[in-house]
Write a protein that binds this ligand. Sequence first.
Ligand code: UD1
Length: 426
Amino acid sequence: MISGAKNAVLPVLSATLINKGISRIINCPDISDVRTTMDILKDLGCKVKFIKKSPGNIIEVDATNVNKSKIEASKACLCRSSVTFLGALTARLKEAEVAYPGGCTIGERPIDIHETAMREMGIETTLNNTHIKTKVFRTDCNTEPTKNIYLKFPSVGATENAMLAAAGLEESVIIYGAATEPEILCLGNYLKELGAKIQGLGTGCIKIKGQKDYAKENLIFKIIPDRIEASTYFITAAAVGDGISVHGCIPAHCKETLDILRTMGCNIKEHKYKYDGQEQSVIEISDGAIRKKLKSPGVIIADAYPSFPTDAQSLILPLLAVAKGETYVIDKIFPKRFKAAEELMKTGAKIKHTESGIHITGRNHLKGNILYSYDLRGGASMIIAGLLAHGQTSVYDEDYIKRGYDGLTEKIRALGGDITECHVDP
Ligand code: UD1
């Protein structure tokens, strides 16, 4: 069963700050990035509870008494999405000071688009070597009732920050060049439940009419399933299983990954059923690597939604390494995100760097080795490589993987993978 989406729950948890009341967020994955975000909320004065429930944990945030607008580097550096507290604090307290975010080292991750968006909204924004600061001097503007802001690239984080900050302004804000990822819709839907008026979610042009304060006594909101976690298990199924099923995803959110697996020769069927009164999807995958039927898709280009996601780019590399034929992989979001490809070469994978990305020539099999995780998806990719490889593979630095996967080893075992988690003394 697929968990709630990491990249949706994190900005929604930041957004709970805006509500001078209690938000109950349903379907939260139990991952370390969520725990870090809960710690930040507590530090800002919220009461936060994690209620373990199967399926779908609940996080209850009481943000009635938020009393601090600063997030220190020691907390902000633990995950990328800490940057969305900038917009949320600006909306709630009309000022924020947030240290530069951390997150996976998958290439350049500047925050200039976030900064420009804040400025174009009329929010005073200053940066120094360690922090970014905002201040709102007034929340209405009679002379200029609509602020137009233009994102030079549809950055997911900058779109989220702009939406959050705009929710706390009284004039309308139109965001041009907005990201269209399902996680943006999820955040927008939370803000709508809170009372913000939002149009254009899922398009490149989002219009927001916010208000100065929000106070919803008991707001219940459900997080969408994680499309990248789902893609991880589709790819794992193609690597180790035959006729196995992945439950609880939204297939439309994973269309590109499923299409590529189909092109590679996998047989993929979709069924629907009712669970807990709600319609659920199940994806059944067969004819993958164990039947030796995989063939190269020729080229994979990772780009903004609805294209093939950059987060699934590292995940599919082990499959390409055993597929018949040659594949070019290009990542238009993070053009240098190929650390996992380099690590994969230790299993015998035939990979070369090209001017625009990498080139992979499929071979009959990979061989087990000692592999390292260098980031969240790269770590999961090493596990998929280990499942495909002949002999034993050990994957070190699993803390990266735990930032974003809830119950990974159990789920892989359920798909037929032979995996054990062990603790090694340093
Ligand atoms: C989010 C996701 C991450 C995913 C990425 C792209 C979260 C917590 N993380 O990251 O898993 O891989 O979207 O789908 O949701 N950029 C700038 N200036 C900025 C902001 C971004 O140049 O101010 C560039 C980045 O360097 C990158 C591209 O824009 O090349 C995309 O980044 P962005 O969409 O912002 O990714 P994140 O929100 O950091």
